[in-house]
Write a protein that binds this ligand. Sequence first.
Ligand SMILES: [Zn+2]
Length: 68
Amino acid sequence: MVCFCFLVDQRRKVWRSKPVAGTCSRCGCGASVADIKTSTRFCYIPVYWKSWKAIMCTFCGAILKSYR
Ligand SMILES: [Zn+2]
C-alpha cells in the first residue's frame, strides 16, 4: 500500500520593502513596495520558490498590486 503525504503549504516572506506613495484600500495605512519570496513546501521540504514584487500595506499586509 502506498501512502501519500499531502502536506503542502506555502510560506510568504517579505525580505525587503520600502515605503511608497499610496494608501491601502482596506485600512488606509501607508503602502510599501516589497520584494516577496514565496516558497511552496511539500512535506516540509521546499520544492518551489518564487520571488516577486508587490505593493503591499505595511499595516495589514494586503497586496494592493503585484508585479511579475
Ligand atoms: Zn492595509
